[in-house]
Design a protein around this ligand. Structure first.
Ligand code: DHB
Ligand code: FE
Length: 284
């Protein structure tokens, strides 16, 4: 069946960890080192899929780590509507990337749609992007600027109270509806970043939970509602205080909507303090 050329098409989703050290490995050209190879090798097939799919735009669902939003002003959900997104130094010692162009029309189509669905989001006509956006973009397009315009969507996974997994899934579904109704001949990919299990601080620093990660990766394919049974506090307990970044993946899965087909996944422990994963789902 031919796709309807009059409305945007959601081609699929790529979900990936966003550990800053990956940016350091890219800058230092250490992709072939024994520590890094099993991680970077997981992206070869992802890039091949992207080359086939040729997206025009990417919705990037991530959490800001204190660069654009600090604890004093923390939106639960924020949608970028800027012409450009500038990456800035967060103190990790990794290079910034050149400004990434935004798709402002797609941003406003999403903002109109989710507000109509009663999601009271923050709109950002200026928005700095941190490693949670820059590192995945470098992994997906290592040879130059990404050939897509982006719509960054930030989810609070940092300062409690966090949105519930159920709310995140519904938010994603609302974004997905808005994209599917957006009258433009546009191929849209969803990039969700963060996770999987990790905890950077406190007594459980270094905590990783491969069993729960596997449960999440399996559920995300066609049973995302399974994950909505967990409260955000339960997610912290099971995945670690930063593993709760899985909420970004749940939003991303909601955007894809109905049935999906898993194209590939790679899971590798550890990268820095994190159980790293990449998963590609195609909208069925
Ligand atoms: C690490 C992981 C993250 O998700 C992050 O935002 C920062 C650091 C880490 O494992 O080092
Ligand atoms: Fe993070």
């Amino acid at each position: 069946m031919q796709a309807d050329p009059r409305v945007a098409k959601l081609i699929g989703g790529i979900s990936s960890s966003h550990v800053p050290a990956i940016g350091g490995a890219i800058a230092g050209k250490r992709q072939g080192d024994p520590y890094w190879k099993p991680f970077f090798d997981g992206f070869v097939a992802v890039r091949a899929w992207l080359e086939q799919q040729r997206p025009d735009a990417a919705i990037v669902v991530y959490n800001d780590h204190g660069l654009n939003f600090f604890l004093d002003k923390m939106p639960t959900f924020a949608v970028g509507a800027a012409p450009w997104y500038v990456s800035a130094d967060e103190g990790w010692g990794i290079p910034t990337i050149p400004p990434v162009p935004g798709d402002q029309l797609l941003s406003w189509a999403i903002i109109d749609g989710v507000v109509e669905d009663e999601f009271d989001i923050v709109t950002c006509q200026e928005m700095l992007i941190d490693h949670a956006v820059s590192v995945p973009l470098q992994l997906l397009w290592p040879d130059g600027p990404p050939p897509v315009r982006i719509v960054p969507i930030s989810v609070n996974t940092v300062q409690h109270p966090l949105p519930s997994a159920a709310r995140c899934l519904k938010f994603g579904q609302s974004i997905g509806r808005a994209v599917r109704e957006y009258a433009a001949d546009l191929r849209v990919v969803v990039i969700s970043t963060g996770g999987l299990s990790h905890q950077l601080e406190g007594e459980r620093a270094g905590f990783i939970n491969p069993e729960f990660d596997a449960l999440c990766l399996n559920a995300l394919v066609n049973e995302p509602a399974k994950l909505t049974a967990y409260s955000s506090r339960e997610l912290v307990a099971l995945a670690g205080s930063q593993g709760v970044e899985i909420l970004n993946w749940i939003v991303g899965r909601g955007i894809l909507g109905g049935a999906a087909r898993e194209v590939l996944r790679n899971y590798h422990v550890p990268i820095s303090n994190t159980a790293s994963a990449v998963q590609v789902l195609e909208a069925a």
